[in-house]
Design a protein around this ligand. Sequence first.
Ligand SMILES: NC(=O)c1ccc[n+]([C@@H]2O[C@H](COP(=O)([O-])OP(=O)(O)OC[C@H]3O[C@@H](n4cnc5c(N)ncnc54)[C@H](OP(=O)(O)O)[C@@H]3O)[C@@H](O)[C@H]2O)c1
Length: 163
Amino acid sequence: MISIIVAISQENAIGIRGGLLCHLPGDLRHFKVVTSGKTVLMGERTYFSLPRHPLPNRRNIVLTDRMEFNEEGVEAVHSMDEALALIASMDEEVFIIGGGMVYRQFMPHADRLYITHMHHSWPDADTFFPEIDSQIWEPVVREAHEANEQDPYSYTIVTYKRK
Ligand SMILES: NC(=O)c1ccc[n+]([C@@H]2O[C@H](COP(=O)([O-])OP(=O)(O)OC[C@H]3O[C@@H](n4cnc5c(N)ncnc54)[C@H](OP(=O)(O)O)[C@@H]3O)[C@@H](O)[C@H]2O)c1
């Protein structure tokens, strides 16, 4: 099973100048809880943007064109075909954790989406998540979070399944 996990703005933005849009500790905790002990797959740019990589307590897979990519504790795959074949050989939920280029390619293959809808806009954002088509995706769980002294914006975590 392929699941996508992402935090998006009101305009589906996900990144700015190679980094995240904001620091939202509540969402980072949610990401850790959902993905810990699981397999995560990401693009090379997202991998190197992580403050700590590879992500601890998770099997890390990186999609990269560079055959010389060689990072301790990381499995590299070099094409979507190779990535999908590896996932098909694993009998478990695999989490696609970004970034924009990788989300776009995996969206047609995903079974489930864990979307953190941040109730805010970033006009300077330069990386985006694809449209979540309501003809295809049905929200099944919704969890609202208010802004607080740690989290500067309110957000809603929605789980979507294919209709
Ligand atoms: N809001 C969120 O939840 C969230 C989550 C993750 C990331 N982000 C943000 O997203 C941004 C990064 O996204 P991005 O689109 O720039 O990069 P990305 O998707 O993380 O990585 C792109 C790289 O992955 C490799 N790649 C992708 N598809 C491939 C394929 N089919 N075959 C081989 N290699 C492939 C390529 O590496 P090569 O360079 O080797 O060709 C490509 O340059 C950052 O701003 C990051 O902070 C946000």
